[in-house]
Design a protein around this ligand. Sequence first.
Ligand SMILES: [Zn+2]
Length: 123
Amino acid sequence: MPLTKKQLADFEQQLTAWRDELEQGQHENMHAMHEQEQSAFPDPTDQASVETDRSFDLRIKDRERKLIRKINQALTRIKDGEFGICESCGGNISVKRLQARPVTTLCIDCKQEQEQEERTRLD
Ligand SMILES: [Zn+2]
């Protein structure tokens, strides 16, 4: 069953709020990192732990950036009327699945198939 206008509007609102929240976090991280760079660390042990923290931060930020991109793509799909349609088979993605994972582009069947394929390739 295709999504109703109301459902689409809800998803749009939810995705936009989620993206704004992530972007806000990215901004704050940038600011914190900038301040860290300006302070001196005479103790080499401190310096090492700062480096570790930073690479951890960067990994998280990288994941967040990718997620923001996916959210933007989902918002574009809402505008184009393609949201909730499986990229692979063209069928409808269930609302339950979209609610759990609104950035998904595959229905559960195609997702499972893809995972199956990935597993087979690894073997
Ligand atoms: Zn599908």
